[in-house]
Design a binder for this molecule. Structure first.
Ligand code: ADP
Length: 536
């Protein structure tokens, strides 16, 4: 009954009575050549088991559930289930030291350890297929097996490949043993049936037999190197050297994908590195410039205090002299008063500059049309007595011949610009004390120039002198004191009038500062001019 339940798997059925194979099977030569001597007690056969099961205790693996009674109908399904399980499951994790110990113990106890059919990670072990099999075997006589169990399945490797023998004690029949050989072609078919799709986009999945040949091979793809799978696992002690494995369907595509991914990662790393370097440089640069500004501001405070104190000291000195009445000379007394006045002017200029520097960019001035020539003349006249007294020759070239130079502007702000330029010309003077103030126009711009024969500006500073707090020589002990605001404010005011202040070295030595402002044309006059042109 057992046999016809699993009829397609049954090869040659046999009965062993009193240590003899009964005639029906004993007439089959192949069967007898493979199993005859074993069944009649004259020969031993290797019995296979997994090393992890033999040395479960030594390898500290969990104790398995007691094996269920094995029946032939279960076998093919059992193997098939085993394969399905192996596909999804990871192997028992044992460290290599414990495994080596188990192998050497197996060797000592007479187990045979065979080599596997495949070598994983071809690139790492390119030459030899030297991986030990997890399935070990030991020769046993049939009588020994009969003492230990009521039945079983025995694989036998012969010149014809793998053969399987199923045997079981017949219940209530004395010493009678029945069984059969298994038809390997039927078993192969059953196993092939349970395999999932052999070929998918990325991988080939199949089972290799004991000869290392695939049970099912994908039809449309070039066969991979079967003995070098991507990953493979032995199936079961019932099928020694059989393995289920996975191969890459298109290793070249995968390699190029890996290369591309590696390249992308490197590009990203390089970009990140670049960003970090540039970012750090930017942070350092910003920090540096912030620190420079902070240092300049500190110097500025010191300079302003010094600038405030100096005129106050001299005003106080002359006021005391006058109050004491010791100076009887009227001429001298007038001179003292003039000096006090010019010190007051200096103070006022400084305060104006500090106030202008603190004004917000968008603050509005009251603007009106005014003549730049006239303003220049006026301011120069105001400073002239003081400058002449200090030994300066003032050349004023802002008369009717240079034109009125009407501009749209704020008188006090523009006066401050001219004052700053003139007082710089005085401050940074040299042996030749000459200041020339000239007016003119360039196209639609009014131009006012302040030229001196002073120390000039070093070429590396020509841009920076217009920055707030910048001084070409900012040490307190320097002979020329200042707060580094005059030119920054002059340029700021010029910008707000739609013009600019620029520096150029004066031919023959000294500096030439130019204030350029857009010429103002009355919209009415413009209209009249247009009409005149049209009527002509
Ligand atoms: P301060 O005169 O208070 O230092 P400024 O903003 O007016 O501030 O000038 C900035 C710098 O430009 C000065 O420290 C000086 O080095 C340079 N500078 C300005 N005007 C002249 C000039 N006429 N001749 C030479 N150097 C000048």
């Amino acid at each position: 009954m057992v046999f016809w339940l699993c009829a397609p798997l049954v090869g040659v059925s046999f009965v062993v009575r009193d240590g003899l194979v009964l005639p029906e099977a004993s007439e089959n030569k192949d069967f007898m050549a493979s199993f005859g001597a074993f069944l009649q007690g004259g020969e031993s056969l290797p019995v296979y088991d997994h090393i992890a099961r033999v040395y479960r205790k030594e390898m500290q693996l969990p104790v398995p559930a007691p094996a269920a009674e094995l029946k032939l109908p279960d076998m093919a399904d059992g193997i098939a289930d085993g394969i399905a399980l192996q596909i999804g499951k990871s192997s028992v994790l044992t460290d290599s030291e414990t495994l080596n110990k188990a192998y050497s113990k197996a060797h000592q106890e007479g187990f045979e350890i065979s080599m596997r059919n495949t070598a994983q990670s071809a690139e790492q072990s390119p030459a030899a297929l030297d991986e030990r099999s997890g399935i070990v075997s030991r020769s046993r006589f049939f009588a020994e097996l009969l003492n230990e169990s009521d039945g079983g399945i025995l694989p036998r490797m012969s010149g014809r490949g793998l053969e399987l023998l199923f045997w079981t004690k017949r219940a209530g029949a004395g010493s009678e043993i029945v069984g059969c050989s298994v038809r390997m072609d039927a078993l192969r078919g059953r196993i092939a049936d349970v395999l999932p799709a052999v070929l998918s986009e990325a991988r080939i999945l199949t089972v290799l037999d004991d000869m290392g040949e695939p049970l099912v091979a994908p039809p449309s793809v070039a066969a991979p190197e079967w003995r070098r799978p991507f990953v493979a696992r032995e199936i079961s002690p019932l099928l020694p050297r059989w393995e289920v494995g996975v191969w890459l369907a298109n290793p070249a595509a995968l390699t190029s994908r890996v290369r591309f991914a590696t390249l992308a990662v490197w590009v990203l790393v390089a970009a990140l590195f670049f960003v970090i370097v540039v970012g750090s440089a930017a942070v350092l640069w910003i920090l540096g410039s912030e620190m420079r500004v902070a240092a300049q501001k500190t110097t500025f405070v010191a300079n302003v205090s010094h600038e405030l104190k100096t005129p106050l000291t001299s005003i106080r000195l002359f006021a005391e002299l006058l109050l004491s009445g010791k100076q009887g000379n009227e001429e001298k007394r007038r001179e003292y008063l003039h000096t006090m006045m010019s010190e007051v002017d200096r103070l006022a200029r400084l305060i104006d500059n500090v106030l202008a520097a603190s004004k917000r960019e968008k603050e509005n001035y009251p603007m009106q049309p005014l003549s730049l020539s006239e303003l220049a003349r006026d301011t120069a006249e105001q400073l002239k007595p003081h400058l002449e007294k200090s030994g300066f020759a003032i050349v004023l070239e802002c008369d009717e011949s240079s034109g009125a130079l009407d501009v749209w502007g704020n008188r006090e702000a523009l006066r401050q610009v001219i004052m700053n330029l003139l007082s710089n010309a005085e401050k940074y003077s040299n042996r030749i004390r000459e200041i020339r103030l000239s007016c003119g126009d360039e196209g639609k711009m009014a131009v006012l120039e302040v030229a001196d024969r002073g120390i000039g500006v070093e070429p590396r500073f020509t841009d920076r002198i217009f920055r707030e707090f910048f001084r070409a020589d900012d040490s307190l002990s320097a002979s020329k004191s200042g707060a580094g605001l005059g030119l920054a404010i002059a340029r700021k005011i010029a910008h707000r009038h739609g013009g600019d202040v620029t520096y150029a070295p004066r031919p023959g030595g000294g500096s030439l500062f130019s204030l350029r402002l857009p010429l103002f044309t009355n919209p009415k006059e413009e209209g009249e001019e247009d009409e005149n042109e049209r009527s002509q």
